[in-house]
Design a protein around this ligand. Structure first.
Ligand SMILES: [Zn+2]
Length: 414
């Protein structure tokens, strides 16, 4: 379905997007957190215009939205396609030197001229990619396939639908900033982005389809001590650090991120800040199941109550729990067509869908909370957020086909 010419355009698009430094900046309060994101947004605006979309808008916060009305005269659904402009904070995205390796022969891949390399010894998936066209960075930066591949795939699919005049549903497109620092949806024009359901094109390996993620909360435990000169401390000094260590012992040993996988939840001690006078412990609480998520929050509350009654501290320890995001499945299960259609679109492209639970959150989780079901579809990439990031042109082509099929099958279905 994707012609050689279209494949070339897909690659060119992606390579061009990687030249924009859109790394999001930790600690930013407002979007976009880096100027490159707005530059890329403006470039995408022109491209959407050239393809022939309508109502194209770029907000000052670098949110790009556009609309492609259906080309058939029927009552058809409206589907949203979403990808993010920014790249991860963990790794530089400046001066990305993408390298295209045609017909990968297997074995180690040297990145640029430095010491970094990618080896099938560490990354077993490379064995499956022999014969593919790989795209990697030069070992100094990430590649930016997360999520510029998603943007290139959406763009290419739109242009295929438009050029071939293939029957398709109404399509809304959004490219958003700062997904990686959780600010992406701060200025999202949800009111104008009216869809029956949507997809983020932000997953990894070919076939991935994700519509479940963690319920997430952050708990801050504050412990106050009393500092006295150690020489005269007997019966007076209260060491907040020692109390914090003792408090931490109350958690189940095996319910941590390093000891869980799949759909298992956990408590994660993510920060331990302080001194004898005062300690702040930060815990991430994660669970797929709503009921056991509530139990986990209750567990910490009980732990604090018990600790306080056991220790009889002058200043009892305090707890503050804030919810971060919810499992999108609560919303997705109300719109089962969103998953069914993605399954069909993959099968039509000859891809076996692989349903996977996200051990994290996505912009889709935020949208789901606001009432828009938004599963996540693969981009074809690997090793996101790292200098070892890579993607295959074949995988990107697969994603394009899936998007085209989605838009087409949505019409056939109705
Ligand atoms: Zn992403």
């Amino acid at each position: 379905m994707v012609t050689e010419q279209q494949e070339y355009q897909l690659l060119e698009r992606f390579l061009h997007y990687t030249t924009y430094d859109t790394q999001s900046k930790l600690g930013a309060k407002i979007s976009p957190s880096s100027p490159g994101q707005l530059k890329l947004a403006k470039h995408l605006q022109q491209e959407l215009f050239a393809i022939g979309l309508e109502n194209i808008e770029v907000s000052k916060n670098a949110v790009v939205t556009a609309f492609l009305p259906s080309n058939i005269n029927k009552n058809v659904p409206t589907i949203g396609l979403i990808a993010h402009l920014d790249t991860a904070t963990q790794c530089s995205g400046k001066n990305v030197q993408a390298e295209v390796i045609e017909n990968y022969r297997g074995g180690d891949i040297a990145l640029g001229t430095g010491e970094e390399f990618i080896s099938p010894v560490h990354y077993h998936f490379l064995h499956k990619l022999v014969g593919n066209t790989l795209i990697v960075a030069d070992g100094n930066t990430l590649l930016g396939a997360d999520n510029k591949a998603g943007i290139a795939e959406i763009m290419t699919a739109l242009s295929i639908l438009k050029e071939g005049n293939l029957p398709h549903c109404n399509i809304r497109v959004a490219f958003t900033p700062d997904e990686e620092i959780g600010l992406g949806m701060q200025f999202f024009p949800l009111e104008q982005f009216k869809c029956d359901w949507a997809y983020t094109i932000d997953g990894g390996e070919v076939g991935e389809l994700e519509y479940e993620n963690f319920n997430a909360a952050t708990a801050i435990v504050t412990i106050e001590g009393k500092n006295i000169h150690t020489g005269s401390a007997k019966d007076k000094l209260v060491n907040a650090l020692a109390l914090a260590c003792e408090f931490q012992q109350g958690f189940p040993e095996n319910e941590t991120p390093e000891k869980t996988e799949g759909k298992e939840g956990f408590y994660h001690l993510s920060e331990f800040l302080g001194d004898v006078e005062k300690v702040e412990l930060q815990y991430l609480i994660r669970d797929f199941d709503q009921e056991s998520f509530l139990q986990r929050k209750q567990f910490i509350q009980n732990l604090v109550i018990e600790f306080n009654s056991k220790k009889q501290l002058v200043k009892p320890i305090t707890l503050d729990i804030q919810d971060s995001y919810k499992n999108m499945y609560e919303m997705v299960k109300k719109v089962p067509q969103s998953v069914e259609l993605a399954d069909q679109a993959m099968k039509k492209a000859g891809i076996l869908p692989y349903h996977k639970a996200i051990r994290g959150g996505t912009d889709g989780a935020w949208l789901a909370e606001k009432g828009l079901a938004c599963p996540n579809i693969f981009t074809g990439g690997y090793n996101f957020h790292s200098k070892h990031e890579l993607i295959t042109l074949e995988g990107m082509k697969n994603a394009v086909e899936v998007i085209v099929n989605l838009a087409n099958l949505a019409v056939v279905d109705k």
